[in-house]
Design a protein around this ligand. Structure first.
Ligand code: GTP
Ligand code: MN
Ligand code: MN
Ligand code: MN
Ligand code: MN
Ligand code: MN
Length: 194
């Protein structure tokens, strides 16, 4: 069933399915917006060619390459550098909302702040897909200001497939935002969309 979570092994035994792997790159930071509002963490997403927000990564062929090797190849194309993402970084696998015959595998990778800056530089200067399939890497604002500026308004954007749920789940599981902060942001985003 579309949107349903599935184990990585079980998904690889499905006949006639394609597989895609994406990764959330993140880091801790001490930076403060306007010198006072903690940025908390740096979380990278990308503006895709189709105008939707998503994570770097792409289609992988498990008959020719492991999921992680395929993800690394996609990262070469989309961020212009090699990042070691291994099976231990796997977070979830899901049947895609559309197309119906796609499994989306999701990974998270923690870097140091300087390494994230390196990724951002490479994404502009070296990535083959920059300006083509990828319009740019972006940082997710995780703070929430008085009228919902920040994370709630960010959540009001359009996301590809289940990327928005992947973002919320990763922030919760990794403890980057508290359950209360997440619920408040989702509720505010819902009001802002109306
Ligand atoms: P091509 O090189 O053109 O094949 O693109 P790609 O290999 O980079 O594939 P892409 O990253 O677009 O991912 C393939 C499919 O996975 C997309 O058509 C979306 O349906 C889905 N997808 C893309 N990004 C994400 C994401 O961040 N999360 C989830 N859940 N699905 C995504
Ligand atoms: Mn300013
Ligand atoms: Mn790609
Ligand atoms: Mn891609
Ligand atoms: Mn591709
Ligand atoms: Mn491509």
């Amino acid at each position: 069933m579309a949107g349903q979570e599935i184990s990585k092994d079980e998904s690889l035994s499905l006949k006639g399915y394609r597989h895609a792997c994406h990764v959330m790159i993140y880091a801790d930071t001490e930076a403060k917006l306007f010198g006072k509002i903690p940025i908390k963490h740096i979380v990278l997403m990308q503006m895709r060619f189709d105008g939707f927000l998503g994570f770097p990564g792409g289609i992988v062929n498990p008959r020719e390459e492991s999921l992680e090797a395929g993800l690394c190849r996609e990262l070469w194309e989309e961020i212009g550098m090699a990042l070691k993402v291994g099976p231990e970084d796997h977070c979830s696998s899901c049947l895609a909302l559309s197309p119906p015959d796609l499994v989306t595998h999701f990974y998270t990778k923690k870097l140091r702040e300087e390494e994230v800056r390196e990724v951002e530089r490479a994404a502009v200067s070296s990535a083959a897909d920059h300006g083509l399939e990828v319009m740019g890497m972006i940082r997710v604002p995780l703070y929430c200001l008085k009228k919902g500026e920040g994370f709630p308004s960010f959540l009001s954007n359009s996301f590809i497939d289940s990327a928005r749920s992947q973002l919320l789940a990763a922030l919760r599981v990794l403890g980057l935002l508290s359950q209360e902060e997440l619920e408040a942001a989702v509720a505010t985003a819902k009001m802002m969309r109306q």
